[in-house]
Design a protein around this ligand. Sequence first.
Ligand code: ATP
Ligand code: MG
Length: 426
Amino acid sequence: MSAIRKPVLPPATLGILGGGQLGRMMAQEARRMGYGVAVLDPSPGCPASHLADHHIQADFSDAAAVRKLASLSAVMTFEFENVDPSVMDGLESFPSLDPLFISRNRWREKNLARNLGISTAPFFAVNSLSDLRSACANPEIQKCKGAILKTCEGGYDGKGQWRLQKEDLDAAKTTISLDQFAESLNQELRTIFTGPRADFSSTTTGSDGAAFEPSIAMASEQTPEFILEGMVDFSLEFSIVGTGFSDGSFHCYAPVRNEHRNGILHRSLSSANLEKESRDLAVQYASSLSQHFRYVGTFAVEFFLENGKPVFNEMAPRPHNSGHLTMDAKISSQFEQHIRAICNLPAGSSEALCEAVMINLIGEDNSDLSGLEKALEIPGLRFHWYGKTESRKGRKMGHITAIHQDLFEAEKRAHQAFECLGWARQ
Ligand code: ATP
Ligand code: MG
């Protein structure tokens, strides 16, 4: 990265790799600030395309198309982490590819956290059933109330994960044969270690392309297929959403409380009500990640709160679903901060205007918006719809945010609205 970068001012064009809802919300803010927008995404009519000046409809692995995006753009950024590094060869992006390279692999990500002194759940490399068995028998895992086996790459929204209960851990400790142990696990898990592995990748497949030489020493390290993580006995989950700037500063919002359903974020509350000590430690952890990467742009760090202490879960090197409430409840949203950072402009204010509760609208097979009029009668309700052409089960179609000076009141109103939108019940 060049030492002194000139600010990128409107009407310059920002190039976004990925045209889903995050790309769309980035584009909304970019347009408000007078920038042009170019998007690369293979889907016709993808959410960001409705707001873009240019939509390059091509595969994410199409190097020529990525070059075309670069030629149209003053600055390039991403809305997802599984970017194929070989297509970015010689191109500059904000953030750089380093945080993407680390965060798209749980093994690298958790080791980095550990090396930076950030507290994590106990974790072990797993490549075979015998690795799994010895990881299960490890005293650090045995201390936990269960464990989760996760694919190192390609998992999202809870996909590519298998939970092992205490009984499974106990079975691993006894002298039963590996076959018997495999029997005690579910069928899906058994197939993984004996047959071809399921593909959990989303729209793109990340690859460790030879053209990419990350500046991080760990790059050459072999990474396992899976990790086994001890189950954290958390009282709540929260995230720190913040933005790193070229001058090395890091600006974040108050920690957001997150609640998941079926492995997918269900709702976020603008305040996690943490003790000052836990909040400061979580901010310090996020800030150390920002400094480590000399991060430029918005990212999120997900934490568990265990015995009042933050435990790192994962980082997302992009604006994050739990930061959507910043669009309605903070002076500068996570998308505005991202644009300011990648354009080398000063940081905006992360101060709160009010409290907020955001609820995701997750698609069902036949979703409709017949309850919307009723929901919109609720004062302080903000409705966001991503314009996806097709509703599918588990797909993020939009979200609602209720704002109020009082968090409890915001929560009540968000729930009233969610009830009105009957189709969104899960
Ligand atoms: P996303 O990318 O949507 O956040 P993901 O597939 O990367 O999801 P994780 O964040 O690793 O998955 O896990 C999803 C959820 O599963 C977590 O938010 C948490 O509720 C639960 N979970 C994951 N790991 C652990 C753990 N070690 N202990 C307890 N709960 C866990
Ligand atoms: Mg997660």
